[in-house]
Design a protein around this ligand. Structure first.
Ligand code: Z5A
Length: 207
């Protein structure tokens, strides 16, 4: 039996993760691959409640350490209740953001000590890591212009460009350090050009 893959989508705000998730799902369906789709923070009832706290206005002034630990609390629940059980049932897992987002946002954006993130990652994930991560990359202004056409900004979206440039740099450094797992996709062009790049990568792991 084919090993089920754990695939994550990453990138800064508005780069097209949600849009391209639909495209990846269509490829997997066409190939009759059993999969689940999930997201972080979230993916479980508790994770979605934590997402509300993390993104909403009620706890706007939470400390950066609290933010980091809530991300991992949501992740611990998500891994135990959803991701590991799916992989054990041979289902592929497609996840909109995962631990690379913590390195990028809390490590890069908030400038928290990366060693703390590594410690939490090892504790919460054990040896579980994504098999493939698609990093959709575009200049911050491009993603912000796309996302800006939507509703009111959440707690992260209210950050300044300096924050998002650090997030983008942290993502790109991780891709440089782990080129076999993290594939950078140029997401600055139109949707069709992004889909072409994704199609090559997804078909290569399927085959
Ligand atoms: N966060 C964190 O800090 N630490 C963590 O560990 C984790 C998360 C896991 C929630 O993420 C926040 O949580 C996130 C980081 C933090 N905050 N930020 N910023 P989220 O994924 O739910 O929120 P998001 O990044 O803001 O996602 P998004 O804005 O929904 O963006 P997207 O999914 O990448 O984009 P989209 O919805 O697919 O596309 C946006 C618009 O652009 C839409 O109208 C599309 O039709 C259009 N689009 C997409 N692609 C294109 C192209 N190629 N050309 C033209 N137009 C396009």
């Amino acid at each position: 039996m084919r090993k089920p893959l754990f695939i994550t989508l990453e990138g800064t705000e508005g780069v097209g993760k949600t849009s391209n998730m639909e495209f990846i799902k269509s490829i997997l369906k066409e190939k009759n691959i059993d999969f689940i789709e999930t997201r972080e923070p979230g993916g479980t009832p508790m994770g979605e409640a934590l997402r509300e706290m993390l993104l909403g206005e009620d706890f706007k002034g939470m400390s950066d350490d609290t933010e980091l630990m809530l991300m991992f609390a949501a992740r611990a629940e998500h891994v135990a209740q959803v991701i590991k059980p799916a992989l054990e049932k041979a289902q592929w897992v497609l996840c909109d953001r995962f631990t690379d987002a913590t390195y990028a946002y809390q490590g890069g954006g908030r400038q928290l000590d990366v060693k703390r993130i590594e410690g939490l990652e090892n504790w919460v994930l054990g040896d579980l890591r994504p098999d493939l991560t698609l990093l959709l990359d575009a200049p911050i202004s491009v993603g912000r212009a796309r996302a800006g056409k939507r509703s009111t900004p959440d707690r992260f979206e209210q950050e300044m460009d300096g924050f998002f440039n650090r997030v983008r740099d942290a993502y790109l450094s991780r891709a440089k350090a782990e080129p076999d797992r993290i594939k950078v996709i140029d997401a600055s062009g139109d949707l069709l050009s992004v889909e072409k790049q994704i199609s090559v990568l997804i078909n290569s792991v399927i085959n």
